[in-house]
Every structure is written in structure tokens, then in C-alpha cells.
Design a protein around this ligand. Structure first.
Ligand code: MN
Length: 216
């Protein structure tokens, strides 16, 4: 029995559709610029996908995230999330939102500095329930609306790298382990969120994601 100086933080987790067990989140990897049209709207003609990370406790399960500190340009990015299961392979899927402090990201890009403050902030990874098994439809629509107005709309097969290729690439960089989540990039149409905005996101037959941005 370890004698802790203080109580360790609880394990971040997500619900699993149709199951009582929860999915314990170990780490969050994210892919950048994995849809050609989004890479283009961000000013990258044909960038190779690359990874950044969010801390595990950035995950938001069913709660309404608070509008973050230190930004006046919070952006939504709807993404297919791969959940790594006990065997170290993709065991399930979810709809996630890679919340981004776009103003801090632009400043970091300009100076060649890390993206941590732009991407890995508190409550930056709202995520819907995980659906275990194979992806229901690898060509499913992926969409996000704000206050009922369509903002992002694409198809999973618009991805530059598919989930199997992303996992293979991730394994060349990390020891990918059970509990890891991989956000696989966003289609075009990213845009700003204001306090009070209602966000609804869906991917084919997966459990949808919905949240309201809570005023600070
Ligand atoms: Mn993203």
C-alpha cells in the first residue's frame, strides 16, 4: 500500500455505450492536418500529418466545458477518436472535439514554439461515449453544428491517413498502450465558439457528442 503525500487525482475515463464498465484514459494523442481541405484552410498546401498531445485529464465526459482562460478565439474541431483497448489495438471509437485556443496556436506557430498552451489546456477534449468493435461505417459523415447551424461537414474517407495508418505511425514514436485515445484530425469548417454556444457533433452510427460552452 503506497503512502501518498496527498490523494492521487482520479483516473480520467469515458463511458462505453451499452456497458457498465468505463474506459480508463491513459493519454491523448492528436493528429494535425489529416484532412486535405482543413490543412488548406489553415494555410498548409500538403502537410504530412503529425502528432501533438493533450493531458489525459483534458477529457470532458458529458459535462459542459468552461470557456477557457487566456483566449479570445476558441475553436471547435470535430474528430473521430480511436480508443486503444486491452490488446493494444483499436478497440472502440468515439466522437471528440479538439478544442483549440487558435490565437495562442497562431502565436506559437509564428515563433516556432510548442502548441501545449493552444491545444492541451483544461477541458480541451470533450468526448462522447465509446462504441466498442469495428468502426460502423469507415466512410461515415462527420459533422458539427453550433446553435443548430452546420459548421463542419465531411466524410471519414476524406482523411489523408486512415486510423490504421495513424496507429502504425504513432507506434513508431510511442509505446501505444491500453487507455490511449487518438484524435484523428478534423475536416474543414473550423471556427470560433462563444460562451453559451451549443455544440452538437456526430459521426455515422457512433454515439453523438453535445455540450454547451459555459461562460467563465
Ligand atoms: Mn485537431
Amino acid at each position: 500500500m503506497t503512502d501518498w503525500l496527498f490523494d492521487p487525482a482520479p483516473t480520467p475515463s469515458l463511458p462505453i455505450h451499452g456497458r457498465v464498465e468505463r474506459f480508463p484514459v491513459r493519454r491523448i494523442l492528436c493528429v494535425g492536418q489529416n484532412y486535405a481541405a482543413h490543412a488548406k484552410e489553415m494555410g498548409h498546401e500538403r502537410a504530412e500529418p503529425f502528432f501533438f498531445t493533450k493531458p489525459a485529464d483534458a477529457v470532458v465526459d458529458g459535462a459542459d466545458p468552461v470557456f477557457p482562460l487566456a483566449t479570445s478565439n476558441l475553436h471547435h474541431e470535430v474528430e473521430l477518436v480511436c480508443a486503444i483497448g486491452a490488446e493494444g489495438a483499436i478497440a472502440g471509437w468515439a466522437v471528440g472535439c479538439d478544442l483549440t485556443r487558435r490565437d495562442l496556436q497562431a502565436a506559437a506557430k509564428e515563433k516556432g514554439r510548442p502548441w501545449d498552451a493552444a491545444k492541451g489546456f483544461d477541458q480541451s477534449a470533450p468526448c462522447g461515449p465509446i462504441t466498442l468493435g469495428a468502426l460502423p461505417d469507415p466512410a461515415a459523415p462527420i459533422a458539427l453544428s453550433v446553435n443548430g447551424e452546420a459548421r463542419q461537414s465531411g466524410r471519414l474517407d476524406d482523411m489523408v491517413w486512415n486510423p490504421a495508418e495513424i496507429l502504425a505511425k504513432a507506434r513508431t514514436l510511442w509505446d501505444v498502450r491500453p487507455g490511449d485515445l487518438i484524435f484523428t484530425g478534423t475536416p474543414e469548417g473550423v471556427g470560433p465558439l462563444q460562451p453559451g454556444d451549443r455544440v452538437e457533433a456526430s459521426i455515422g452510427g457512433l454515439q453523438p457528442l453535445a455540450f454547451t460552452v459555459t461562460p467563465r
